[in-house]
Structure formats: C-alpha cells, structure tokens
Design a protein around this ligand. Structure first.
Ligand code: MOS
Length: 755
C-alpha cells in the first residue's frame, strides 16, 4: 500500500528511488549550532492546502466513498444512570434495508481499551452489558443499506430502562471526591514551605472561589468513521489528531498487530483535543465491518458528538494569595476540583503551571477529582490552563485592586528568576516582555483603574489583562524527505492537519532548508503508513517534527556535498551520484519528560538537569457594557505570545487569534447545561450551546514576540496551538470589573450575572 497522494497537488513526482533510510541513534543534543538556519519568525507562506479546501477537493473522512457500505447510526442512552431492562427492536428490524441492530445482547466481543492514560478517551467499553454509566452512552448500532433507513430504524428501537439517581455536577449528592495524587500516583501536588502559616501572617489576603462550566469541543467536523477490511488489514478513515495512537489502540482492541491497521486522516475539520484519543465507536465499527464483510460508514450527528468523545471538565478553584503591602507574594494556595467519570481518572491538574507563574515563597496546591455519572472528560485546547489560569489571573487582578497596584506592575514584582516550586531554570521566559509589548499596543496607559469611571455615552468601558502559560512538551518524531532530480521534494510524516497549518509549516521547513521554492515541496501527512510522529495535540507536533525534517534535509544536503547546488545544476549532480532521487529518514527523540510532573530535562555538559520549559503570553481585553440594556461587547482583544521560533508567521497569527476567539467564547458563551433532575445535557446543539458569531468577534490582534530558546529542541520551536485561549477569560472578567466594579468568578459570564 502507498500513502494517499495529497489531492492538494497535482503530484508529478516520480516514484522516489528505494529508500536508503538512515537509521541509528539520531538523538539531537540540545543547544547545538544550527539555530541560524531559519529566521526566528518564518515567512507567512500561504496555506499549502488552502486551494484544496476552498475548492472542495480536500477529502474529509465523511467524504470518503466506498462501495456497498453499511450505514451506521449510533443509539445513545437517554438516561445517565441505570440499566437497560429491555430493548425492543422488532419494528426496527422489519424495516426494509435494515441489516442488523447491534446491542449488548449480540455485539461482537472486543478487548477493553487499555486505559485513559494510554490514549483511549475512556476505558469504558460500550455494548458489553446492560448498565448505563452516563447520558449519551452507546447502547446500540443500527446497520442499514442507507443512512436514512438507519436513522429511521434507530427511532423505532424501544428501550426500557431501570433508572437510578445520578450525580452529574460537582455538587450532586453521590459525587465522590478523590485526591488526584491518589488516583494518579505519578502526580505530586506542587508544594513549598508552609503556605498556611504564611497566609495567616500575610498583611493582605485574597481568598476567592472560581468556577468553570463543562465545555464541549464542537469542532466544525463531528465524528465520522468509515472502516473497511482489505484482506486481513483494516483501513480506517477517521479524523485523528494522532494516527499512530489510533492505529495502536484499535489494533489492541481488535486483537491484531498494529501493522494490520491503517488509519487515513489527511484533513481534519478541527479537533481541539476531541480527536486525540481513540473513542469507543471505532473498534465496534471495525468489528462489524469484519463480521458483515462490508465497509461500515458512520456519520455521527453533532448532538451525538456531545458524548462520543471527551469534554472540558467542570471545575472549581479556591485561590488564596498572601501578599505584603507593597505587593510581594508571600503565599500561593490553589485548590482545584474537576469533574470526572466513574470509569476513569482524568484531571488536567494545571496547578503545575499556576505554581510556576509567580515568585511566592510558600506554595500549597491540591487537585481533587470528583467522580460522577458523566462521560470521561479529557483534553480540550489549553485543557487545564484555561480554567486554572482563569482562576489565578482573576485572583491576581483582585489582589492588584486591593493593593492599589497596577496589575502589570504586580506581575512584574512577582516575576520569578527560577521555578518558584523547585528552583528549576526556565529555558526561556518572556512573560514581562509579553506584557510590555501587548500593553503598549493596547494603550493600557489610558485605563482608569477606578471601576466604573470609564464611560462613553451609555457604554461602561473596562480594560483588563491576564497572563498566559503553556508547557512545552517534546514528544519526538520522525520524517522522510525525498529530493528528486527535477528539484521537487517530498516530505512524509504521520502528522495531522487539524486546520492549524501543519502542511504549510512542515513543508516550509523542508523548502527553506533545501533552498527550494515551497511550490516544489509535496507534503504527505495523516496516514499511519508514514513515519510516526507526535500528535497534533499538546502544542507539540511542530516542535517534535521539524527537528526530524531538518535532520533529513541536512543529510540530503550532505550527500550533495554540503551545499544545495543551484536548481539548474541538480540534474547533472544527480547524474554524477547515479541517483534518480535522494531519500533520507530521520528520527528526533525529544529530551525526556521524566522530571517532576513531566517537567523536561535537558542534557548539559555536567549531565541531565531538570528545567522548566514553557511558552508565555499576555492577554488584554476591552469590554463595553451598555448601562441601559446590559449588552456586553468585547471590541478589542490584544495578545502577545513568546513561544520560541515561529515557523510560519501567518499560520501562527491565525492560531493565536483563533485561540483568543475561543477564549472570548469560554468567557462569555460556552457552557454545557445539565438538567439537575434528569441528569441529562440539555443544549446539545450549537443553536443552544453558544459560540461566538462574527458579530461577537471584533478586533483580535496577536503579537509575535521573537524568542530564541537554544535548549527546548534543535530548532528552538516551543509550540503555539493552545496558549492563545489561556488567560482570555480572566482578561475579560477583569475588564468587566474595571467597567462595573462587579467581580465575576464564574464562566461563562452570561448577561444575568452582570448586574
Ligand atoms: Mo490539544 S487539547 O492537545 O488538541
């Protein structure tokens, strides 16, 4: 089998010569020379896949046409807890075109997913028994000759439940708290000194509780899967942020070797974390395709998508800040509670990050998961950073107000030289610079710090700011680069294009290193046959993959004598080498993440030294609230971000701005409403689960702060995918306080909470 050709290009590349794949230990040492190969901010090449997307040639998973498919419809539970007493599918089965109604009574047997930690969205395996663990659990699969028949049959299935009372919120009776460090022994709550004592003696104390609602990713593309068997190999067309992970997890559930699973995912209509993990639907559909010897195609609806994958957990935070009268922190305490499921232990646990923000000499943190009858939560863009930083950065604003100190100045006074928790060195930290640049651009100097004093006619005006942080994970990756005698090149790696610009960024690095126009580079992504690389998640794919691409390119250049010849001379050069093409594969193994709570270690001349590796940012918001109608507008967002080397200026700005829009969304719009009596989600559609429309999004400006980091990886790329959302909600709530004097500690901030 060959990787699918990228439909974005009329590929006129000859078949590359058989690989002479270099192998061996290609671990990069950090801090090596080579940072000058590319500029600190790479040019904004237009989207590699832009034309394919706007012309409809880009093929998404639901677009895949297969011969004679069985159309699947998932039946989901309509109660959160209890037992299926009977499923009556008699009427459904009698509809012409219905092939089967699969329930726990006749489902194929599968191995349970290994674990939440190993890359499944949940360890819960549906269709194994009559028990219901959460609202929207898969309780059946209808298979029919057409989509419409499958849908009609699903509506004709009658389910009788024995209903039990369910706990569905942090405060529901029956919700069971468990310390995260007990559920996950690898986790240690960051601690330093005696924070209780420091708080008791602090001249100024802020003690406040914050809350964030459950949020659901709601990518434009929901959760389609098409699966077919080609001999003993299963081919899965499914949008995936991590094809290698999906391949491995699916193989395990089917009990076959991963080499017999091929995952194809060249384009993804947004993921935000919802497509990082293997969800339960895929193995069931694969097993049914095997049983019926026909391809199976599922195009799940948006409403079904609310429970087919994960979501951002509802969370609560109690923050206590102790400070001197001149605004030096003496104590930082962050207690957090996150909602979780009965079947799995998951927490985003971003106390690890909040504890590294400010130079508090005493630190106390504690993360607790609260087990409820809900779906297992999971990663959603800035998973812990968004809610945890909403809490901390609102608390910092409260402290600044109490002290009468400018919020930026307060942060400057508490800027740590090293990790406040354990003294690790920051490989680079540009937080203050971000505040300086963004505040200048925003014209923060025009702010009146006295709440309610800035007014423009009927409009109350407020300015607010907040910090952003996101850790740099280095996962490792691999890539193959082929240079043809025609001067065309091909980059192959199993990265995922979730809409963020992976084709462009990865192709651009190869083009620049090989000295080729970017039009000469073909990029193949999103296929598990390609060299495996880091997921498009955790802001780590680009950082983990470009070092491998760089290494492969350098090897090719070395074979050409150390410098790329002018394109016109390439042919004769290849003739001399007797090669039709030059192909090199390289593997980049990241520095390990074995330090406390996954902190990075780097190799130094003296040996391995743990370091703190983060991107930082500063977010600014202007709000306007109509004093008569209470209409709330956010006319301006400005964010400045420092994330090491920026590969592509254009796609980076788009990512940051998109993240900031999502921050606006998290502050004012998004929240999953759960009916407390029936325990069910109510607003499972995007008419009622609100997201901002264009009229809600006005001026959104992102600033790239150039930053050189020689340690994070050989190209100094930190990763940018998630940090854009972080801090925006706090900047907006702080701006609302500045406009109105009302402190809001719950997101989303809906109109009724304003006055
Ligand atoms: Mo991101 S939440 O890791 O897709």
């Amino acid at each position: 089998a060959q990787p699918v050709q990228d439909p974005a290009r009329e590929a006129d590349l000859g078949p590359g010569a058989p690989a002479c794949c270099s192998d061996g230990d290609l671990t990069m040492t950090t801090g090596e020379p080579g940072l000058r190969e590319l500029p600190l901010v790479g040019r904004g090449h237009p989207r590699y896949d832009g034309r394919a997307k706007v012309t409809g040639r880009a093929q998404f998973a639901a677009d895949v046409v297969v011969a004679n498919p069985l159309h699947a419809w998932v039946l989901l539970s309509s109660i959160p807890k209890g037992r299926i007493e009977t499923i009556d599918a008699t009427d459904a089965r009698s509809l012409p075109g219905v092939v089967d109604i699969v329930t726990h009574e006749n489902a194929p047997t599968l191995a349970a997913p290994v674990s939440r930690a190993a890359g499944s969205s949940t360890s819960h395996q549906p269709l194994t028994g009559p028990d219901i663990l959460f609202d929207g659990q898969i309780i059946g699969i209808v298979l029919a000759d057409s989509f419409e028949t499958a849908r009609e049959a699903a509506a004709a299935v009658r389910v009788r439940y024995g209903v039990q009372p369910a706990a569905v919120t942090l405060d529901s009776p029956g919700a069971a708290a468990q310390r995260w460090s007990a559920a996950n022994p690898a986790f240690r709550d960051p601690e330093l000194g005696d924070a209780e004592q420091a708080l008791a003696g602090a001249p100024v104390v802020v003690d406040a509780t914050y809350h964030t609602q459950s949020q659901v990713h709601n990518a434009m593309e929901p959760f389609p899967t098409t699966v077919l068997w080609d001999g003993d190999t299963v081919v899965v067309h499914e949008p995936s942020q991590y094809v290698a992970g999906l391949q491995r997890g699916l193989a395990q559930q089917l009990g076959i070797d991963p080499s017999r699973v091929r995952v194809i995912s060249p384009f993804i209509g947004g993921g935000f974390g919802s497509k990082l993990s293997l969800t339960p639907r895929t193995a069931i559909l694969a097993a049914l395709a095997r049983k019926f010897r026909r391809p199976v195609k599922l195009v799940a609806t948006r409403t079904q998508g609310f429970t087919l994958s994960t979501y951002r957990a509802e969370s609560r935070h109690r923050i206590r800040l102790g400070a001197t009268a001149d605004g030096k922190l003496t104590a930082f305490s962050h207690e957090a509670w996150e909602i979780c499921s009965r079947s799995d232990a998951y927490a985003s646990a971003a106390t690890v990050q909040t504890a590294e923000m400010y130079a508090a000499p005493s630190i106390s943190t504690r993360v607790t998961i609260v087990r409820t009858d809900r779906t297992t939560p999971g990663f959603m863009r800035g998973p812990g950073e968004m809610p945890y930083m909403f809490a901390l950065e609102t608390a910092m604003d409260e402290l600044a107000h109490r002290l009468g100190v400018d919020p930026i100045e307060l942060r400057r006074r508490n800027e740590p030289a090293r990790s406040p928790v354990d003294g690790r060195r920051f490989t680079s930290r540009s937080l203050v610079r971000c505040f300086e640049e963004a505040s200048e651009r925003f014209a923060w100097r025009d702010r009146n710090p006295v709440p309610g004093t800035m007014r423009d006619g009927d409009w109350l005006v407020g300015y607010g700011c907040a910090a952003a942080i996101f850790p740099c994970f280095n996962y490792g990756g691999s890539a193959t680069v082929t240079l043809m005698r025609s001067g065309k090149a091909r980059v192959e790696t199993a990265a995922s294009e979730i809409g963020t610009g992976a084709y462009t960024a990865l192709g651009q690095v190869a083009a620049d290193l090989l000295g080729l126009p970017i039009e000469n580079v073909e990029v193949l992504l999103g296929d598990s046959l390609l060299p495996p690389t880091a997921p498009a998640g955790g802001s780590m794919q680009t950082a983990s993959t470009v070092p491998a691409i760089r290494d492969a390119c350098q090897r090719i250049v070395a074979r050409l004598g150390g410098t790329m010849p002018p394109l016109g001379e390439l042919g004769s050069m290849f003739d001399r080498l007797g090669a039709a093409s030059l192909q090199e594969s390289a593997q980049y193994r990241a520095f390990d993440g074995k330090g406390a709570n996954g902190s990075a270690t780097v190799s130094t001349p003296k040996g391995a030294e743990p370091v703190a590796v983060y991107s930082f940012g500063a977010q600014f918001a202007e709000v306007r609230i109509n004093a008569r109608t209470h209409e709330l507008r956010v006319p301006r967002l400005v964010g400045a971000f420092a994330a090491g080397r920026i590969v592509n200026e254009r796609t980076a700005l788009a990512q940051y701005r998109g993240g900031m829009v999502w921050g606006l969304s998290s502050a004012l719009f998004e929240g999953l409403e759960i009916d407390p009596t029936r325990g069910r989600a109510i607003n499972t559609n995007i008419a009622e689960y609100l997201v901002p429309v264009n009229a809600d999004v006005q001026q959104v400006e992102a600033i790239l702060i150039p930053e050189e980091d020689r340690e994070v990886n050989p190209l100094g790329v930190k990763g940018i995918g998630e940090i854009g959302i972080v801090g925006v909600a706090a900047a907006i709530s702080n701006a609302i306080f500045n406009a109105t004097g009302k402190r809001l500690r719950d997101v989303p901030i809906t109109l009724e909470r304003l006055f």
